[in-house]
Every structure is written in C-alpha cells, then in structure tokens.
Design a protein around this ligand. Structure first.
Ligand SMILES: [Zn+2]
Length: 57
C-alpha cells in the first residue's frame, strides 16, 4: 500500500457567497482561510470523488 499524500492541487474549496472555486494551493497562500475573490470566510471543501471528469480550463 502506498502512503496517501495530501495533494493540495486536487483539493478545492468553493466560496459559499460567490460560488467561486479555488484550489487549496491558492487558499494556503493566504494568511487565513477566505475567498480570494470576495474575501468571504466561509468556504466548503469540494469533494473530488464525484466522477472522473477532467476540468477543461
Ligand atoms: Zn467568494
């Protein structure tokens, strides 16, 4: 069994106010947990086990 490493690039947070989704990497670059867009402080963690879709950016 391999160690499960915390991959911050695959964890996303969604702002409950403006609905924007950010990676944990972006969030962790801030001094505290908040939305980089609107500064709202309530974010929900977006689970990535909801299918295997690849986000097209
Ligand atoms: Zn926001």
């Amino acid at each position: 069994m391999r160690n499960i490493k915390l991959d911050t690039k695959s964890i996303r947070y969604r702002c409950l106010k403006c609905g924007s989704v950010f990676t944990a990497t972006v969030i962790s670059q801030q001094s505290f947990l908040k939305c980089p867009k609107c500064n709202f402080t309530v974010l929900e963690k977006v689970r990535r086990d909801m299918g295997n879709r690849v986000l097209a950016r």
